[in-house]
Write a protein that binds this ligand. Structure first.
Ligand SMILES: [Zn+2]
Length: 305
């Protein structure tokens, strides 16, 4: 059995020998697998390109990117192709961003991930990018609840839109018994084409506004000379009602009833109008009111009577 001193010399000798072997075989031997933080390059309505680098070792079996889009509960996981199997690798992956898929005012987070042969993974640092409509120079005004972003029209236009929005949030919150705390963004497009570009090809025609509760954002198409038109005072409260309804009813188990959501939005933006009263009276007369049982469905139709 060697004495303590000679044992130390043996260990030191081994370390030196291993270091020499490592140096002779190149820097990869003994290198740790790792990935850089992605760099994001945004081309609005086109794509976000994430680039970075990885140190690959022989036990890396897969290189992936994990992308989280604000408002979505599911991550996008995609394989990132590499041209080398070990050593330094350049990484690049493109997230397509057509209109309607990725909306302005959305945060996108991404990180690279390596999966090793033993099943473990190496997760790199995340980058976060705020996807914005960079085609315009936006003016901004912030009220009690709503921040209005607009392009065409003066300060009075923004103030007017903000007041309509704030008043709507106040009345809906009072009815539903919820308090809105998180900010709500309201993007006003004066240009119709620019507005439809953002909402995407699937949008039906003649939509004045569209609320996206998942990103707490309302998009509307209002030209500067139309802010006092009666329809504006209906569309903005209607869409914002959907947003507050979402706050009031959000739960992990099921979607709230669609007819109730839509009904409250119509009731609060237009009231119980003469034509609505007429429709109800006619249904009572004809015996075609929805039975209570049908009201348990998302949106009962004539078949449910
Ligand atoms: Zn609606």
């Amino acid at each position: 059995m060697p004495r303590a001193g000679s044992r130390l010399r043996i260990v030191l000798g081994l370390v030196v020998a291993m270091a020499a072997l490592g140096a002779a075989a190149g820097p990869v031997l003994g290198a740790q697998p790792g990935v850089s933080v992605p760099t994001a390059k945004v081309a609005f309505l086109d794509a976000i390109t994430f680039t970075g680098s990885a140190t690959l070792t022989s036990d890396v079996v897969r290189v992936e990117i994990v992308v989280d889009i604000e408002g979505s509960t599911r991550s996008i996981v995609a394989v990132v192709p590499t041209t080398v199997s070990s050593g330094e690798a350049k990484l690049s992956w493109v997230l397509d961003a057509p209109g309607g898929f990725l909306l302005p005012n959305t945060d996108v987070r991404a990180r690279f991930r390596l999966t090793l042969a033993n099943g473990s993974s190496v997760v790199g640092p995340a980058t976060s990018v705020h996807y914005d409509d960079t085609r315009f120079k936006w003016k901004t005004v912030t009220g009690d609840f709503v921040t209005v972003h607009w392009v065409d029209g003066g300060q009075a236009f923004g103030q007017r839109a903000m007041k309509i929005g704030d008043d709507a949030i106040r009345s809906v919150s009072a009815l539903l018994g919820v308090t809105e705390r998180d900010p709500i963004d309201f993007y006003v497009y004066g240009d119709r084409t620019a507005f439809y570009d953002v909402l995407g090809a699937g949008t039906r025609e003649n939509v004045g506004g569209e609320a996206h509760p998942d990103i707490r954002t309302l998009f509307a198409n209002i030209s500067p000379d139309a802010v006092d038109d009666p329809w504006v005072g209906v569309v903005i409260p209607h869409e914002l009602t959907h947003l507050v309804f979402d706050s009031a009813s959000q739960n992990p188990y099921h979607h709230p009833l669609h007819w109730l959501n839509e009904g409250i939005a119509v009731y609060l933006s237009e009231g119980y109008t003469t034509s609505d009263r007429g429709a109800v009276a006619a249904a009572v007369e004809a015996g075609t009111l929805m039975p209570l049982q049908a009201l348990g469905a998302q949106f009962p139709t004539t078949q449910d009577r």
